[in-house]
Design a protein around this ligand. Structure first.
Ligand code: PMP
Ligand code: GLN
Length: 380
């Protein structure tokens, strides 16, 4: 086995979900909504299973889905895309693997802002690259030109931007996107924009993609996930969007990773991207749970950081008068308090990790939210 995997642990998400199952804890750790899936989407998947071909679709994705994704981004984000700019993958995770394996060569450096989704660094290392950490500071997690510039060397090949940011739920401002774009252009960097949380915003703003910044359309690989848009994380339909030749090249990486992804679900997602009512309803339900968990936690004496996006709130332990560090809190909360959470420092590499923040997922039915709050209030 490659030494990278021999030395690796299990992801914090998998570990927390396993602990929650084993201990009967309420699981606010791994990010997923529980509760029923939207019936029109299930119907679309069922119809596709029964009425359409169940054989390999084209490797790049069903033409109908590639067109639906291009249209969706044109309508939602004003991007000027062709269906050929889209490659459908098995979740955003596969898109990340394709982009990183396709773009990173041995010796390349890749800027990873911290906190970073836990797949990035291992993929970069497996590609022979070196992750270079740029820590973002709580509570704002802002992007600062001087810190980014200081991390760039002649070996820097790309940066990975996760916006909106998991786990903080913060969003880059237009000015910060402009800074990142300027640095990419000045140093000839490609940006992988992991924008899986683009549709899960609560600040009344539309997502602005780095790809939409001047000069960036040709140097971005934008990654999305139906898992987040529809709250169906087990469907594992994702995609990457890049211009022309780059999309063709990344499609070649995809053809020898998974080749394709389950076709009935591709049909369902293609239909779902046009279901405005379904999307609005989901969003309203998530906004209500966010409110409910935030209010509940505050009522129980927990301080919660402002959040503009994602399914996550961060509890500020220090501001809540809790002296435990995040890992100790998470470990004890699941074992003694009966609630699984994610310590934010688990998503940090290098210096500068905050140890006073734990992430909780709020996209749960009211009874689950209330039970989690009651348990935490009782235990703290
Ligand atoms: N990137 C980020 C930032 C995520 O939060 C997630 C899932 N939580 C993924 C990628 C993976 O998405 P998928 O399940 O579509 O592979
Ligand atoms: N991305 C999800 C989260 O942040 C987890 C995905 C996974 O478990 N790999 O919770």
């Amino acid at each position: 086995i490659h030494p990278l995997y021999a030395e690796m642990g299990t992801t914090v998400f998998e570990r927390m979900s396993a602990l929650a199952r084993e201990l009967g804890a309420v699981n606010l750790g791994q990010g997923f909504p529980d509760g029923p899936a939207p019936p029109p989407l299930l119907k679309a998947a069922q119809d596709a299973l029964v009425e359409r071909s169940n054989q390999y679709p084209p490797s790049g994705g069903l033409p109908e889905l590639r067109a639906a994704i291009a249209d969706f981004y044109t309508a939602q984000q004003g991007l000027d895309l062709e269906p050929a700019d889209v490659v459908v993958t098995s979740g955003a995770t596969e898109a990340l693997a394709c982009a990183i394996f396709g773009l990173v060569q041995p010796g390349d450096e890749v800027i990873l802002f911290q906190p970073a989704y836990d797949a990035y660094a291992p993929l970069v290392r497996r590609a022979g690259g070196t992750p270079v950490s740029v820590p973002l500071k709580a509570p704002g997690f802002q992007y600062e030109a001087t810190a980014i510039e200081a991390a760039v060397t002649p070996r820097t090949r790309l940066l990975v931007l996760n916006d909106p940011l998991n786990p903080s739920g913060t969003v880059a401002s237009a000015e910060e996107l402009g800074t990142i774009a300027r640095i990419c252009m000045a140093h000839d960097l490609v940006a992988i924009c992991d924008e899986v949380w683009e549709q899960v915003r609560f600040d009344g703003q539309r997502h602005r993609s780095l790809m939409d910044m001047q000069g960036m359309a040709e140097r971005c690989v934008k990654i999305g996930s139906a898992g987040k848009i529809f709250g169906l994380t087990g469907w594992k339909i994702g995609w990457m969007v890049a211009r022309g030749d780059l999309a063709v090249a990344l499609g070649r990486v995809h053809q020898f990773l998974t080749f394709t992804t389950p076709v009935p679900l591709q049909w369902a997602v293609a239909a779902g991207l046009g279901m405005t009512d379904v999307l609005d309803e989901l969003h309203a339900a998530w906004a209500a749970s966010r409110q409910r968990l935030g209010k509940g936690l505050e009522g129980a004496g927990f301080a919660v950081l402002p959040n503009a996006a994602t399914w996550f709130l961060c509890i500020d332990l220090a501001a809540s008068g809790i002296e435990l560090d995040d890992r100790t809190f998470s470990e004890r909360a699941v074992r003694e308090g009966g609630v699984a959470t994610v310590p934010v420092s688990a998503l940090f590499e290098g210096e500068g990790a905050p140890t006073h923040l734990v992430r909780v997922c709020f996209t749960k039915p009211d009874a689950v939210v209330d039970e989690a709050v009651a348990r935490l209030a009782n235990w703290r």
